[in-house]
Ligand binder design. Sequence first.
Ligand code: SF4
Length: 347
Amino acid sequence: MSQSAYQVSPRELGTLLPDQPSYRVDQLREWLYEHPVLDPADMTNLPGDVRNTLRLWPFAAEIEQSADGGRTRKWLFRAPDGASIESVLMGYERRTTLCISSQAGCAMACTFCATGQFGFERHLDAGEIVAQVAYANAALRSRPIAGSPARVTNVVFMGMGEPLANYTNLRESLHRMIEVIDLAARSVTVSTVGVIPGIRRLADEPWQIGLAISLHAADDELRNTLIPLNTRYPLAELVEAARYFFNRTGRRVSIEWTLMDGVNDTADQAEKLASIAQQLRAHVNVIAMNPTPLTAQQAPGRLAIDDFMKELSRHGANATYRETRGQEIDAACGQLRIRGLTEEGET
Ligand code: SF4
């Protein structure tokens, strides 16, 4: 099968149109990145034979779900080799945020994460990563979210996969988002469970993108049980790398904390987390665990959540509890994939 147009670098798009004048290549680039459309037939200024032969998307949208009164949309895309890719679009008053995947599956095996329980399928290439943004923009163009910008304004790498374990493709996708789609670097956030060499490389890139550390535990003893990578890159080294990122980019990192009942919702964890957050001058985003059939952990009750937030505040942390979006549509990463596999009888 021919390559999707997104799997060809924007600089090399001419290879897809060898018999066409160069302005056709510019037109194609604009359709792909500036005004994407779901169907090549809608690329109205390109000749019919180009539209008929172009392979536009590197995947097919297999499932689309909607929740929160249409303000949250989730896609499960399927690549021709069977790899699954999930994206979640969330509309707010002043921004439209897309959560994207960087890998099919994930090798990190975090015990609280549905994706981690499947293991690693493969890296997504840069085209498959950036096409998630273009697809969402094309979908918004034909069906905007009422009351939200009709274009993706913010991108977070918080879907399936550990982006810093797929650095080359991550870098190329960032390049295209920032320099070709023209997304503000500051509105793109890469989330990591702590791939320290990747954090340092990202800090040395020319873009002021955001970094979110998925911390979830504030000492090595607990973190080793939740995030196996912590045994390789322990907490003190992770904090040091986050500090390096802050010093190099001038951007404060944020800390992500998925609250799990009886696991990391204790006063002791809150105190240690507050100390780390203060060292990094980081903001802490707390969400409750979204349980899945594959994970043992559960969400704490409302009282435990309130107590944890009070403890954080008492110890001086700058923290926000965020309600999770799209609970009725399996919006935690990897959950659509679980559903697909369960329905196919594979789990
Ligand atoms: S939490 Fe992130 S890094 Fe950990 S297994 Fe899930 S996708 Fe991978």
